[in-house]
Ligand binder design. Structure first.
Ligand SMILES: [Zn+2]
Length: 315
């Protein structure tokens, strides 16, 4: 996860100008008329909320108590606010594009490259509960579909939960993760979990918040565990099958030599959860647990790979 370097270029004022201009051109629409009748109050109120959002950006939980849960703003309903978001932040909207431009390469939450991941806009404070933030660019973070979908309308009201917004917060996840590999039903299972609390020098509340963010809100443990099993471990098996038969101790040495060839400190300092980083975690865990059971299963999997390869060649 990383902090997005720049804040959105469009303020709530700019968004409202566009909305009101449009409404003035279509004054006969019933909803336009309603909105135009309260334009001054609405602008004042939404600007006030934008200021509060900025002031509390690093700890948005401060503005999630019941006083902030609104159903209307100057008579404009929650649903109407949602419609404004849909209309003015649709896929062709320059407001949406301006936000996308702030994260040109990767999802700020899970670090997935846009090449693989579908980009969406996520309301950090959900529009269904906090309509005053439904068209506020600071509340609209470009994240991948998977992160957006996992989070859904989760907020984090409790002291050990918290709200994370990449326009304000940063968590260097590469400091905190560990891979656990084990054998289950004659197959490998990999889990990318947070390191145990006792291994990390952070206070209890901070650890709880980290866990909430990582496991409950974005379910990143599931994403990273799956990538590690299906992609990283598989490519490791492919490399092993190319090397040829090796004993248990030779295989373990092979893992160590791969690990030595990696730039551990830099990968961790970069703070990006890349496939390189996950490979590093996987190798660490493999070396730690590698015994005859692991070795025979790996041998079995390699020979399967070789059979499939031969069949493909003969076909
Ligand atoms: Zn993501």
């Amino acid at each position: 996860m990383y902090r997005i370097e720049n804040h959105p270029k469009d303020s709530i004022d700019v968004i409202l100008n566009e909305i009101f201009n449009y409404m003035e051109q279509h004054p006969l629409n019933r909803k336009s008329a309603k909105l135009l009748s309260v334009r001054k109050e609405l602008r004042r109120t939404l600007k006030k909320y934008e200021e509060e959002y900025k002031e509390n950006g690093e700890d948005l939980q401060q503005i999630t108590n019941d006083n902030y849960k609104l159903s209307t703003i100057h008579g404009i309903s929650n649903t109407h606010m949602k419609e404004l978001y849909k209309d003015f932040f649709d896929s062709d909207s320059r407001f949406r594009q301006n936000l996308y431009n702030l994260t040109p390469n990767r999802c700020p939450i899970c670090d997935a490259n846009w090449g693989y991941a579908v980009r969406t806009l996520d309301h950090i404070l959900p529009e269904s509960i906090f309509p005053q933030f439904s068209i506020l660019p600071l509340n609209l973070v470009p994240t991948c579909y998977r992160c957006n979908h996992s989070k859904s309308t989760t907020v984090g009201y409790l002291p050990n939960e918290g709200v994370i917004n990449p326009f304000f917060n940063n968590i260097n996840l590469t400091n905190y993760l560990k891979c656990y590999i084990y054998i289950q039903n004659n197959d490998f299972t990999t889990h990318i979990h947070l390191k145990p609390e006792s291994d990390l020098h952070i206070n209890h509340n901070r650890y709880q918040r980290l866990k909430f963010f990582y496991e409950k809100v974005y379910k990143m443990d599931e994403t990273y565990s799956e990538v590690t099993r299906t992609s990283i471990l598989n490519s490791l098996l492919v490399s092993l099958s190319k090397v040829g038969p090796m004993s248990q101790s030779q295989t373990k040495r092979f893992f160590s030599s791969l690990l030595e060839g990696m730039r551990r400190e830099e990968i961790i300092k970069d703070g990006i959860v890349t496939t390189e980083y996950l490979k590093l975690l996987l190798l660490d865990s493999l070396i730690e647990v590698y015994d005859s059971n692991y070795h025979s299963l790996i041998q079995e999997m390699i020979s399967e790979k070789l059979i499939i390869k031969r069949q493909a060649e003969n076909f």
